[in-house]
Design a protein around this ligand. Structure first.
Ligand SMILES: [Zn+2]
Length: 87
């Protein structure tokens, strides 16, 4: 393989989790968000529907976790994006 081909191949490789070493191509995103839903009462049960996530009302920092080991790797989208793009 030429140097150029190797460089391209390495750039295409998914980044490795710094905690468990697994190659990961995405992260798990967790955030506290304000949700709204319709709440209904029926004869024998209750039900929620029309769940809606009210974007922009997240509380605290979101977590971006490794999907393999579950460790939190980042708290901002910028860092998470940079990592997945290979630094
Ligand atoms: Zn991991």
């Amino acid at each position: 393989m030429t140097d150029e081909a190797e460089r391209v191949a390495n750039a295409l490789k998914p980044p490795k989790c710094p905690k468990c070493g697994a190659e990961i191509d995405h992260l798990h995103y967790y955030a506290y968000e304000l949700q709204r839903a319709d709440f209904w009462v029926f004869d024998s049960n209750t039900e929620y529907d029309n769940w809606e996530s009210l974007a922009g009302d997240t509380k605290g920092e979101p977590d971006y976790d490794c999907p393999i080991c579950g460790e939190t790797l980042f708290h901002s989208e910028d860092e998470a994006e940079k990592f997945l793009r290979g630094g």
